[in-house]
Design a protein around this ligand. Sequence first.
Ligand code: FES
Length: 157
Amino acid sequence: MNSPSNSLTDILTRWSPVGRSGLLPALIEAHESRGWLSEETLVDIARGLNVPLAEGYGVADFYAHLYTHPVGKTIIRVCDDVPCYLAGSEKICATIENHLGIRAGETTSDGKFTYEKVPCLGHCDHAPVVMINHQVHENLSETELENLILQSPTSNL
Ligand code: FES
């Protein structure tokens, strides 16, 4: 079975018949195909679904995994809530910063990695927890993290 096309035209063809109800799925599909949502994309989606542009921005801003600025192909999210902090998330953060040469909230200059500190990822009993793109990694050691970064499809470290 073929997966649906993610050209903006195809996305709007799929979701414009349902108008406002299609806003979130259209944003998600556009985000998945482009890696982030540019102003131009948001304008096109808002027009295509006949919703105010501010609503498109509102939805995009509400969901932490929808970016309205360019981000790396690999996004590393480190939980820095208390249980993960107590389990060593600061060492995890230091490992990332040393390997990639960026601080939380930054993207590597080659556009391969974005690194963020985030609130609880819902796996507190397996702290420290890191999410790399859509994959959650529990009880992560610094060595395991280094290996994950090195094995990342976008890595050439
Ligand atoms: S506190 Fe880190 S996953 Fe909940």
